[in-house]
Design a binder for this molecule. Structure first.
Ligand code: ADP
Ligand code: MG
Length: 238
């Protein structure tokens, strides 16, 4: 059976995914700080809009919007032109800890859903699920809220990347231990100085590489060395 795939447009990444991410999949992008999650997610939105005219939405829950601006200037990706053409939306979500967070999550879902309809978005990024959960203290509520949120996001009909901060441990694939139950795919990024790596842990409905591949962050963004391999044993654990 031929399945419909979404090309990330990231050199080497579509190759290790057997052609791309299955359309409408929700994929967790997990990794420690500075391993390239935000850059990869931005590149996914940028390439979709710039190369394939597929509208995309980038939701940031980062407290510092400046980081996003830096990344974009850094790689000379002209998001502004794409925003003007309604091919890209970049939105920041923020929560007020004094109010009911579950209700705010509901509101955010409605807003995201409306944005998806408005521009006919095919790609969506939530960066990061970890930051969204930061506002919720109680662990039970946290897991439940994140689970509900991710389940609802899946229904929006977009191919979605959900970034998740981990400690950087090679066997950690999410922040709250709930992401994996909702996700169709899990991609882990590693940064064991001086080496960066990428590993497709799971991708429902498709074959994929089972190796850890070197990843480089260049002045044009992320490049995956799909022909090369990093040995699993060489990724340090703590
Ligand atoms: N132009 C560049 N060339 C090489 N590496 C870069 C460049 N820009 C950023 N980086 C690297 O990318 C890292 C940030 O990646 P980012 O996607 O924000 O990480 P994460 O979201 O996983 O925390 C920086 O810490 C730096 O090491
Ligand atoms: Mg980030």
């Amino acid at each position: 059976m031929v399945i419909d795939r979404v090309k990330t447009g990231i050199p080497g990444l579509d190759e290790i995914l057997d052609g791309g991410i299955p359309r409408n999949a929700s994929v967790v992008l997990a990794g420690g700080p500075g391993c390239g999650k935000t850059i990869l997610a931005q590149q996914f939105i940028y390439n979709g809009a710039a190369q394939l005219r597929e509208p995309g939405i980038f939701i940031t829950a980062q407290t510092d919007i400046q980081n996003i601006v830096w990344d974009m200037q850094n790689f000379k990706w002209n998001f502004k032109a794409l925003q003007d053409k309604n091919l890209v939306r970049i939105e920041r979500v923020q929560f007020d800890t004094k109010a009911d967070v579950s209700m705010q999550v509901e509101e955010q879902l409605t807003l995201i859903g409306n944005m998806v309809k408005e521009i006919g978005a095919k790609r969506l990024v939530i960066d990061s699920v970890t930051a969204m959960g930061m506002w919720i203290d109680d662990r039970g509520t946290l897991r439940n809220t994140i689970f509900q949120f991710l389940s609802e996001v899946k229904k929006l009909g977009c191919t979605t990347l959900l970034t998740a901060e981990t400690s950087g441990d090679k066997n950690e694939f999410g922040s709250f231990n709930v992401e994996q139950y909702v996700a169709d795919g899990i991609i882990a990024l590693y940064f064991v100085p001086p080496n960066r790596g990428i590993f497709v842990r799971k991708m429902r409905g498709t074959n994929h590489s089972k190796k850890v591949h070197p990843l480089e962050i260049t002045e044009d963004g992320i490049v995956v060395k799909n022909k090369d391999e990093i040995l699993w044993q060489s990724l340090s654990t703590r």
